[in-house]
Ligand binder design. Structure first.
Ligand SMILES: Cc1cc2nc3c(=O)[nH]c(=O)nc-3n(C[C@H](O)[C@H](O)[C@H](O)COP(=O)(O)OP(=O)(O)OC[C@H]3O[C@@H](n4cnc5c(N)ncnc54)[C@H](O)[C@@H]3O)c2cc1C
Ligand code: SF4
Length: 338
């Protein structure tokens, strides 16, 4: 009888894992709680570091899924993994049997309203990087009353590296997201002044450092080392920010048309449910802990449960897709051994 693998989550990691399994001759079914495939990629406009349209990558992945004949169940949420990866229970109470499970349920976005001091959802012109992606997709960056912003400030590490909100980890991809968006604003509106308040710039990927340099040298974006301590709204709906420039050791106060909070990645809410399953362990951050960071990054302590993508840690799209491929090969090897 042919083997069947359940993939939980139809983001980039899950889609690629399913396609690779089919290429290896193993039937796979993607179970996705949203009404379509793509995960967070569906929300992005252009991708760092190359400014490739997100739609291009999404369409290619969806094509691969369709061509390979993977079964897809959308608007369908997995609530439990049972019998160490031999079955899953869906939210409607029904269950599906499988020979293995690949958990590719991804990450959640940090809810910026938890950092009340920055006024998200309180003041009109405070946005997040996710809001900005939506603006880019819908025709451009504007203040709530439809004006082109003359000054924009970005704030790094919102909901990351922050003990107060119990998110101690670095989300890795948000420095480069902020740099990319700052450049996009300058490309759209060359006269807009853009400031970026950071603690450290973490440019870990290929082409990232180069984009950061381009942001400074070609687009004259002002990078200020320091954290914004508070934001308040002025009578004309602009945002006044107080910060300290920690390089020169001076306090700083400025008023901008728009404040953009660079939100981090937090562990997916499903992870707590997965941890009820034997063989699935979590880090204190609630990201899923792989069996071995060096030798088994896509494996769990259960023989039939595997991981791919940001369910284990913040990653970019390329890394998440690579893990989809790696997880599929590990599954295939395990099923062959049995
Ligand atoms: C603001 C921002 C911008 C970014 N821009 C870029 C970029 O330009 N370039 C780049 O390389 N990376 C970018 N990234 C990172 C990129 O979004 C991730 O690398 C990628 O989305 C990870 O894919 P994934 O499949 O692991 O997870 P996700 O995209 O989170 O997909 C997981 C899927 O699992 C589903 N799911 C979760 N729980 C369940 C359940 N219980 N049952 C069924 N389905 C479930 C979810 O609905 C989701 O569709 C960005 C990240 C952020 C925060
Ligand atoms: S990648 Fe940059 S913005 Fe994101 S948490 Fe790490 S240091 Fe902060």
């Amino acid at each position: 009888m042919s083997k069947k693998v359940i993939i939980i989550g139809g983001g980039v990691a899950g889609m690629q894992a399913a396609v690779t399994l089919e290429e290896l001759g193993i039937r796979s079914v993607i179970i996705e709680k949203e009404d379509g495939l793509g995960g967070k990629l569906r929300r992005w406009d252009r991708l760092f570091p190359t400014m490739t349209p997100a739609e291009e990558v999404l369409d290619e992945l969806k094509d691969r899924v369709q061509r390979s004949g993977v079964e897809v169940m959308t608007s369908c949420e997995v609530s439990e993994i049972g019998c160490e990866g031999r079955m899953v229970t869906l939210k409607d109470g029904s269950s599906l049997e499988s020979d293995a499970v690949v958990v590719a349920s991804g990450f959640d976005l940090f809810p910026a309203e938890l950092k009340e001091e920055y006024g998200y959802k309180i003041y009109d012109n405070v946005f997040t990087t996710v809001d900005l992606e939506r603006m880019f997709r819908n025709g451009g960056v504007r203040t709530v009353d439809g004006r082109i912003p003359k000054t924009v400030a970005f704030l790094h590490c919102v909901g990351s590296r922050d003990e107060k909100v119990n998110q101690r980890h670095c989300s890795r991809v948000c420095c480069i997201t902020g740099v990319k968006q700052a450049i996009e604003i300058k490309q759209e509106h060359p006269d807009t002044e853009v400031y970026s308040f950071y603690m450290d710039m973490r440019m870990f990927g290929p082409g990232y450092e180069e984009l950061y340099r381009q942001a400074q040298q070609e687009f004259n974006i002002h990078f200020v080392r320091g954290r914004i301590s508070e934001a308040s709204q002025t009578i004309d709906h602009r945002i006044q920010i107080k910060a300290e420039d920690t390089l020169i050791g001076l306090p700083l106060k400025m008023t901008v048309d728009m404040l953009v909070l660079i939100v981090g990645m937090k562990a997916g809410e499903s992870n707590l449910r997965w941890s009820r399953c034997q063989g699935v362990d979590l880090y204190p951050s609630s990201f899923v802990k792989p069996k071995n960071l060096f030798l088994g990054g896509v494996e769990s302590d259960s023989k039939h449960i595997f991981y791919a993508g940001t369910v284990t840690a913040p990653k970019n799209i390329g890394e998440s897709i690579d893990e989809g491929i790696a997880a599929a090969h590990r599954v295939a090897q395990r099923l062959k051994e049995e």
